[in-house]
Design a protein around this ligand. Sequence first.
Ligand SMILES: [Zn+2]
Length: 120
Amino acid sequence: MRSPRRCTRNGCPRQAVATLTYVYNESTAVVGPLAAFAEPHTYDLCEPHARSLTAPRGWEVVRHEGEFEPPPPTTDDLVALAEAVREAARPAPRPPQDEDQHRTPPTSRRGHLRVIPPTH
Ligand SMILES: [Zn+2]
């Protein structure tokens, strides 16, 4: 899981330092710190491509402020940060409208499990 990831742009040999995520139901492209693992609709980008990204017509770009850095060996904090950036990029949860999102609705949650104490 630690192999360096490369920019996904055609012909670009640079190391990826950022992850681009398309949030289709919000028409938003989020450029955040490198994600720990690949997800649908995400693309790893090198710093020049992350900085120069422009959104398609009608889309917004939410860009990570500050420096992009290669991930350190332990990535728990980066994962949390990347998730926070993505959550911040969603103004309000809405039902997914894109067919691709039916598999994993972003607002779905597992039922809460509760421990029942034994009766004596
Ligand atoms: Zn690149």
